[in-house]
Design a binder for this molecule. Structure first.
Ligand SMILES: [Zn+2]
Length: 136
């Protein structure tokens, strides 16, 4: 049985990160469809979306156009890194909120960090070199 599956998947894309994401999203949609069954339109919408995502996951896993599928996967991973990076920065800012004050550079909008409790200080933005005074 295992050998037969291995032979079936030969030369095909298989389950990559993006396929894992779309199949989880499909499960969430199908679950939402069941949970929202009292609102028929909404339930049908989730059902159709869930099935579409499920078929898309299978389509990608069995696809022989590996080059194109890998490009999609790379784009997905790039997007995923951006999202996780965004939240990692927010989490770090939250953890350091007692020691540091965060604010945006008025000129280039870069996020700056200064130690708290130093009174009024002159800040020079590392990104654009803009200098200004602020309270800590
Ligand atoms: Zn700046």
């Amino acid at each position: 049985m295992r050998e037969r599956i291995a032979r079936l998947m030969m030369g095909r894309n298989g389950v990559d990160h993006f396929a894992r994401f779309t199949s989880i999203a499909a499960c969430v949609m199908l679950l939402l469809s069941v949970l929202s069954r009292r609102v028929e339109l909404l339930s049908n919408l989730f059902w159709i979306l869930g099935l579409a995502l499920l078929f898309y996951s299978y389509f990608r896993a069995f696809s022989r156009n590996i080059y194109q599928r890998q490009r999609e996967n790379a784009r997905y991973l790039q997007f995923q890194r951006k999202v996780t990076g965004f939240f990692a920065v927010r989490r770090d800012m939250w953890r350091q909120r007692k020691q540091y004050r965060f604010f945006k550079c008025p000129s280039c909008k870069a996020t700056l960090r200064v130690p708290r409790g130093k009174g009024k200080i002159r800040v020079v933005c590392r990104k654009c070199g803009n200098a200004f005074e602020t309270k800590t």
